[in-house]
Design a protein. Structure first.
Ligand SMILES: [Zn+2]
Ligand SMILES: [Zn+2]
Length: 71
């Protein structure tokens, strides 16, 4: 599920552009330039779109497939 920003809010990452999505991890508003989009695949055929800020994208707990694994 994607949380779309309907009211006019500024992106909290760059503080310049209008936010269009909320990060699924921490809930900050993100503009098109700042969000990272990923698909979580469950079983066969179904996938959940996931919108994350760059911080959450790299967090292994929030994004176990896309994040860099600490070795
Ligand atoms: Zn931004
Ligand atoms: Zn986040």
């Amino acid at each position: 599920m994607i949380t779309v920003v309907t009211d006019t809010r500024k992106c909290e990452v760059c503080n310049k552009k209008e936010a269009v999505m909320l990060c699924k991890g921490c809930g900050v508003p993100l503009c098109r330039d700042c969000y990272r989009f990923d698909l979580f695949a469950y079983g066969c055929g179904s996938a959940n779109p996931l919108v994350l800020c760059s911080t959450c994208y790299d967090d292994i707990d929030i994004n176990p497939y896309g994040a860099k694994r600490p070795e």
